[in-house]
Design a protein around this ligand. Sequence first.
Ligand code: TMP
Length: 209
Amino acid sequence: MPIAGKFITFEGGEGAGKSTQLTRLADRLRASGEGVLSLREPGGTPFGEKMRDVLKHPGSVIQPAAEALLFAACRAQLVAEVIAPALASGQVVLCDRFIDSTVAYQSGGRGLERAAIEAANRLACGPLRPHLTFLLDLDPSRGLGRASLRDHGRSDRFEALGEEFHRQVRASYHALVREEPARFRVLDADRSPDLISEEIWHEVQARFA
Ligand code: TMP
């Protein structure tokens, strides 16, 4: 499969099952002989992992603009140190969240100006864009419920923002799909993980075979 050097991202609200699906796709690609790098945002570098703790910690007090810039800073570090070299060396890069999360959460959810978020994304990654983005779409009440079960009732700083915030995030993701339908594949995340991973596998084969 000519998938070497492809960049695939997973997006969605809380509890949508992105990381499970990313892991399944990575395993399947590796089994078919591909070199795969699995990453998450924020994270994937020592700087990004430290910032992840700060950004998610319920006790952190961070202004919306500062929050957007911190996500962009993590991304700049990850792109330069990890993603760009991996793609150049022919690996398939899978990333749990990327530029669309900042548009959905910091513009859609927090209400920051979209153009400013786009500028921060451009600064962080230049012209790099995912070749394919899976949006795991789920009603926020279901997703927050699942996240709460997973985390034993301990909400992080974003989960704690409540359903209305997460409805804005979801609406923003839907708007992004309308803007770039060719890049996105929307998946109903309220189904069994097996069904979803089959759909993902077929899409990857159809796109890159
Ligand atoms: P997660 O890895 O469990 O999805 O946690 C990351 C959290 O950070 C999630 O609540 C979404 C949020 N986030 C943003 O608000 N903006 C971003 O740009 C990114 C990458 C994540």
